[in-house]
Design a protein around this ligand. Sequence first.
Ligand SMILES: Cc1ncc(COP(=O)(O)O)c(C=O)c1O
Length: 403
Amino acid sequence: MDLFTSAYSLVRTQAPTSPVTCLRPHAAMRASRYFRRNFPGEILYAVKSNPRFEILDAVHSAGIDHFDVASIAEIRLVADRFPGALLSYMHSIKSREAIREAYFSYGVRHFALDSHDELEKISAATDGARDLTLLIRLAVPNIHAEMDLSAKFGIAPLDAAPLLVQARAVAAKVGICFHVGSQCMNPAAFGVALERVGDVIRASGVMLDIVDVGGGFPSLYPDMTPPPLDTYMSEIATALGRIPIGEGCEIWAEPGRALVAEAGSTLVRVDHRRGDHLYINDGTYGSLFDAGVPGFVFPVRAIRLQGRPSRRLLPFSFYGPTCDGLDYMKGPFLLPADMGEGDYIEVGQTGAYGSTMRTQFNGFYSDETAILSDPPLLSLYRGRNRAPQLGGVHHYDKSGTDQ
Ligand SMILES: Cc1ncc(COP(=O)(O)O)c(C=O)c1O
């Protein structure tokens, strides 16, 4: 794969006509190292957020050898790539075939569940195995998150206690896991969730082997500056101190977004301008799903090879290339006022839930990828949360100077 010093140098050398997925593995390594150093426990990488080998390798080389996998395809992928890695099947609803293959063909022993039906399913599909680690997924409030997962997954605390007792009877180890929702903007959400874990422990009388605080750690976007990650770490450490767990209880986290969002960006080209709408060659059916209905505002930077972009910035919206009106990204994306056909835009923070969401709808699909060695457009790990200004990102001029 080609390596470039920046998106500008990629445009200058290749003038790509299709969208390019740009990867910054060094950013994933930096984030992974931060989590390993500062989280009070073990880190599992949530593979769904970005399963590309370059990213998996970066996370793995930073010392993360335990993966949160949510499908049999993810299990096959990670097991082939890292034969010695530990895999935890954290999707709480699985098919019997997938459980069976995970257990018998890939040695997976850790399974999440949030119902008695799933417990029966796991037991039956593993032929009554007695070497399982079962993690009960608890429903917790997702009110501080951009992406709410609480309606779809999790068991209410009152019902969790009897399920935990039942799991304890058949498993080698038991734990509780939860997810505060993706892009959680308030560390207190972890404290509230851990209080619920404490309630379940007290109600069930079961000593836990594992408490898994899930994902949900935020990344940085032009309109969303979360509190420093350190405050999430200290909130978790403090809340853990208040719940009845023993010394030997393992603490896990399964971050996705916070590890890899800034390790990816998408290079697009403008095909047309209509007022303050730019028609670009990637969209919500491609790598920019989160800019559509979920409404994420990604950082952007204009790249123009011929001439200098205007210094005046305007708020733009984007339309993607497909024929669907839903292929719309409201933004606002602050870009030079004279943006037009042929200009390029580097859309940042698409490393998590970006290229992995691409479809082939309408025939628009690009597999072009490049590695970039420069810093990401925004970073949580540089100068610890220096607050970004909306649109206060750089534009390249003709000489490639970052302005
Ligand atoms: C079970 C589980 N763990 C971890 C994650 C990763 O979450 P995030 O990317 O918000 O850190 C998800 C995301 O959906 C999830 O469902």
